[in-house]
Design a binder for this molecule. Sequence first.
Ligand SMILES: [Zn+2]
Length: 432
Amino acid sequence: MAERRTPSTQGGGTRPHMRRAPGAAPSANRHAATARRSPSSAARTQPRCATASSASRVQARRRAPQASARRSSRATWLFALGALALAGIALWGVISLAGAIVGGITSAVTPSAGDSAIIEDSAATTSDIVIGLNGDADTFVLAGENYLEAGAHATDPVHGILNDAIEVTGDVDASRAGDYTVTYSVADPDGGTATAERHVHVVDEMDTMQTGVPVLMYHYVYTQDAPPENLNGNYLLDTKLAEQLAYLTENDFYFPSYQEVRAYLEGTHSLPAKSIVLTFDDGEAGFLSRGIELLEEYKVPATSFIIASEADAADRVVANASPYVSFQSHSYNMHRAGGTIGHGGIVSALSREEIADDLKQAQAVVGTSEALAYPYGDVTDDARAAVDDAGILCAFTTENRWAEPGDDVRSLPRVRISGEYTIDGYKSLVTE
Ligand SMILES: [Zn+2]
């Protein structure tokens, strides 16, 4: 990769992220959309507030909400419901614990596995839609090119994946410079609603990607107090991930959608300079817990490729839902040996029809169809054709390099991120 650009700590004037995020809506309460996670945010570091000038930029970006849940209309209803539930619980305490009312209330606060009725009640009162955008919440488009709608993703603990129920409103006139807002709204069958907003900036000029775009391939995340038994390069220490995410956000990286990536590679769309895509394979526990926590802390969107045939795959999509994570297909049942090419994945033993059926089955589980990571990175001509059949925008192998204009979008390379890399090594991999 040519190192044309000197590190622009002072910020070139036309960098898209130097522009103010307009139409600043009320500050998003991330926790309204992800009530599941306990905040513990008081001590949250603000790594991007390094200098005064970058601080104002950070403020501008922060004002653009990635996600916000509207629950005010439900608040009184939920309060009434909660009061009712509490009354019921108290009564239950009186009856079943022979006068030990205090005991009943205590177990309501921290339900044990046996108290299924109480768990149901408490789930109902905390039930929430999690909604997030695909791609960057501040989307940049060169005037005269097309605004590519990347959509959003949403789940609800009770109703599961709600992606198909998301309604998109707001117009973007990409023919001339201006700032626009696109709104994503979703309602669950019980009347709960949530919205997310995208701020689209149509600009007359911006620095753009020249030679390609890095799509990073991560695997697993672990913490120092619980290292994996067979520690290898696929495992990344959480503090290293935090360091990388801090670097990306402090330096105004842009996180394009798969629609934008595909169009860029096909030569019909410009990507802002410092574009990058983060993907994590296999939906491993350490990523789902600690990894997603960090993506949320740094507000960096990423993709989690999960194996859809795993028994709890759909549940994991819902249980680990995050405004910043799009769950995509790592195939339904092709993450196994049995083939003859590459790493020996089963794909080379399957027909185009069989592969297409598998991919569609996976899409039904994860509820998305933008991207695919081939198991083991193995790909055949039949697999490429099946990717077309399944309507997938970008499919990835494990070939280790940047994706470049002209590459086949059905078998794109990625940049492997090893847990052994230093931050300087990382920087050299992600910058043009
Ligand atoms: Zn895998």
